[in-house]
Design a protein around this ligand. Structure first.
Ligand code: A3P
Length: 290
């Protein structure tokens, strides 16, 4: 497998060496998916950590203990990362598992299983901004360069897990039928002001029910202003030399539209044109395109 100082190159995708290895990718490829597994799938910086908080809460009746005692990377492990082999056996069924892989690279047993998928997409301009700041704070990622340089890297897929457009299109596969809930970060934020609408949609997809009281607790806990202080989810357990939150916290702003503070009108027009061109013919329309 090709690699450079920081990344493994897996089917043309950059994966940080800090968390991926040939062994972890072998584990990923040969993983036996169970029918009741629940996958959270996302392109990086689309709200993965948020889902790693919401979904375990919905699966366990709203009990806050796991999200307050288990770091998110062990609570809902990344299937392609080195921790997966260590913690997978400790998960109780149904297992909640996360991945950043595009659809076509999923393990072969995924395709023959009935495992459900919650896919979360986010406005690519906000993904790019979030990623830019992530590169500034994480020592295991390359320096993002100027914002303009980073736009170029993002558009050409020289970033984690390749091109955003390839990822969001891959998971629109019609083969998944009703196994997938394809939701956006913006849906969860805005379906109703207090997250209730977004969280109820996920609950319904998972075929679960919660008492009004438990739902209120989940909603309260998963608000950005509260989750930001959960040390099991805000990456403050990671040493500062690896993730330096004084440069940019991992749970940074938690809003939609921060791109407006970063893109000039020219950058935006050029970026939109390139993304629209790549999305042409896909039949996918997102709320931010309206
Ligand atoms: P920002 O950098 O724009 O703030 P991922 O987990 O996929 O890496 O995505 C990280 C992004 O999701 C960050 O975006 C982070 O702040 C945001 N996020 C995490 N938890 C959130 C929450 N409870 N509410 C809103 N946004 C959240």
């Amino acid at each position: 497998m090709e690699s450079n100082a920081l990344y493994l190159v897996y089917h043309g995708l950059f994966l940080p060496k800090v968390a991926h290895s040939e062994n972890s990718l072998n584990y990923f490829e040969t993983f036996v998916v169970q029918d009741d597994d629940i996958f959270i799938i996302s392109y990086p910086k689309s709200g993965t950590t948020w889902m790693q908080e919401i979904i375990p809460l919905l699966l366990n009746g709203g009990d806050l203990t796991p999200v307050q005692t288990i770091p998110n990377w062990d609570r809902v492990p990344w299937l392609e990362e080195t921790r997966a082999a260590v913690v997978m056996d400790k998960l109780s069924s149904p297992r909640a598992i996360v991945s950043h892989m595009p659809y076509h690279l999923m393990p072969s047993t995924f395709f023959s299983s009935k495992a459900k998928v919650v896919y979360i997409a986010r406005n690519p301009k906000d993904v790019l901004v979030s990623s830019f700041h992530y590169h500034r704070m994480a020592s295991f990622l390359d320096d993002p360069g100027t914002f303009e340089e980073f736009i170029n890297k993002f558009q050409t897929g020289q970033v984690l897990f390749g091109k955003w457009t390839d990822h969001v299109k891959s998971w629109k596969s019609p083969d998944l039928g009703d196994r997938i809930l394809y939701i956006t970060y913006e849906d969860i934020l805005f379906l109703s002001q207090d997250l209730r609408g977004g969280i109820e949609r996920i609950l319904c997809f998972l075929g679960r029910q919660l008492s009004e009281d438990a739902l209120d607790h989940v909603i309260e806990h998963c608000q950005f202003k509260n989750m930001k202080h959960n040390k099991m989810s805000n990456y403050s357990l990671v040493p500062q030399e690896i993730m330096d939150s004084s440069k940019s916290p991992f749970l940074r702003k938690g809003i939609a539209g921060d791109w407006k503070n970063h893109f000039s009108p020219e950058m935006e027009a050029k970026f939109n044109a390139a993304i629209n061109e790549e999305m042409k013919g896909s039949g996918i329309r997102f709320s931010w395109d309206e």
